[in-house]
Design a protein around this ligand. Structure first.
Ligand SMILES: C[S@@+](CC[C@H](N)C(=O)[O-])C[C@H]1O[C@@H](n2cnc3c(N)ncnc32)[C@H](O)[C@@H]1O
Length: 388
């Protein structure tokens, strides 16, 4: 079994479309990427680095440490191989274990059966050496082990994150159609925002974009908001090293002045939720919230970034209303944001045409399974509509 003091393969996963942002973050933290795929990348590093990555990464889902890779052709072989690993060095019998499987092999049709085999192998091993069995179940709050089994290749990994890192712990009030936190962070990073210019977010909903922007502007690592990670449940968890990492992270906050962040929504409930979420994230003092139509959003005098995430609509009647809204968004950009850089995040490119302005860039994202674009508009003084 892997010696946790030695460098090992660390797989960092992310949502489809975010791997370039994740790579940038990982490299900024000083690591070299060994390989990458659309939903993640691999580096070689140690357990201390895994904790650091959990603390700092904004666009990652999970940080997984490879425990073993082996050839495996059937479920009994899987059981035998997993049981031969020295789990007693990683799990104490009073810990709670959860197994997650991703299986694509002809010998097994139900991933739940593979999870069961891995779970049985681990708890049987711990029971045989330590005399008691760890509890197990679906909750990902404690020790989480992943099985990836593709063809004859099986891998066992420890999920050092536990719950997805997208779950920052600040969104107690999600409101309607909230954007996932990791996606919101990537969208803000895609605009190049660093807190030095104003950021205006009309249609802010539960405030995810504004909150992620405030976290980026103030240099706050998102992991500081969470008190539970998978690595804390591994035997030998170095609590002193983790506390030292947290103390260090608190000190490296951005000392520069942060330009105004303005977040508005027409729905008072949305603003109440957004304000509460910002309070939980500890960034409410950086964001000015207001209830208003997007076109009434107060625009600071200094030029900056304005970003909208409107509804995309699926039903026909709604689409007709939204066509008007998208057209008004174009008018708002043109009339009230001259000299600013505008962005619209949408999953409906037909509606986006109603904005009537020429996008200078189209960045591809996915919101769950919906193919989305972040459209960038350079709003020069006297920007004209395409049909003017
Ligand atoms: C897709 S949601 C935004 C979700 C947000 N990014 C989040 O993470 O929670 C769109 C928001 O636009 C708001 N909205 C719709 N029409 C509006 C209008 N005319 N003016 C201002 N806000 C509006 C809705 O109340 C809703 O909160």
């Amino acid at each position: 079994m892997t010696d946790f003091q030695e460098p090992q393969t660390i797989r960092i996963t992310c949502a489809p479309g975010l791997v370039d942002y994740l790579r940038h973050e990982v490299e900024e933290l000083g690591y070299t990427v060994d390989s990458s795929r659309p939903t993640g990348l691999e580096i070689t590093a140690g357990m201390h680095d895994a904790m650091r990555l959990n603390l700092f990464l904004r666009t990652a889902f999970n940080v997984l440490v490879l425990i073993d890779a082996f050839t495996c052709t059937d479920p009994d072989e899987l059981y035998r191989h997993v049981r031969a690993l020295r789990w007693e060095e990683m799990i104490s019998p009073d810990e709670y274990l959860s197994v997650v499987s991703s299986v694509n092999t002809p010998t097994i049709s139900d991933w739940r059966f593979a999870s069961l085999k891995v779970k049985d192998a681990i708890v049987d091993r711990v029971a045989s050496v330590m005399g008691a069995r760890p509890n197990s179940g679906p909750q990902r709050e404690n020790l989480v082990v992943h099985l990836y089994w593709n063809g004859d290749d099986a891998q066992i990994l420890l999920n050092t994150s536990g719950r997805k890192l997208a779950d920052r712990n600040y969104r107690k009030m999600p409101h309607k159609a909230p954007m996932q936190e990791t996606l919101a962070a990537a969208v803000i990073l895609a605009t190049g925002y660093d807190g030095s210019v104003p950021l205006v977010n009309p249609m802010c909903g539960s405030g995810t974009l504004a909150i992620e922007a405030a976290l980026i502007a103030s240099g706050r690592p998102p992991g500081l908001l969470r008190s539970n990670f998978g690595f804390m449940h591994r035997k030998g968890f170095d609590s002193d090293a983790w506390q030292a990492l947290r103390r260090g992270a608190k000190k490296i906050r951005n000392k520069g002045a942060i330009a105004p962040i303005v977040a508005t929504d027409i729905d008072a409930d949305a603003i109440q939720a957004a304000r509460k979420n910002a309070e939980t994230a500890g960034v409410h003092h950086l964001i000015r919230f207001e209830v208003c139509d997007f076109a009434e959003t107060p625009i600071p005098p200094e030029r900056g970034i304005v970003i909208l995430n409107p509804e995309y609509g699926e039903r026909l009647g709604v689409i007709a209303d939204l066509e008007q809204t998208y057209k008004r968004m174009g008018d708002f950009f043109k009339q009230q944001c001259p000299g600013w850089t505008g962005y619209i995040f949408t999953g409906n490119l037909e509606l986006a045409k109603k904005v009537g302005l020429r996008a200078s860039r189209r960045m591809e994202f996915f919101n769950a399974k919906i193919d989305c674009r972040l459209l960038k508009y350079e709003l020069y003084e006297g920007t004209r509509r395409k049909d003017d």
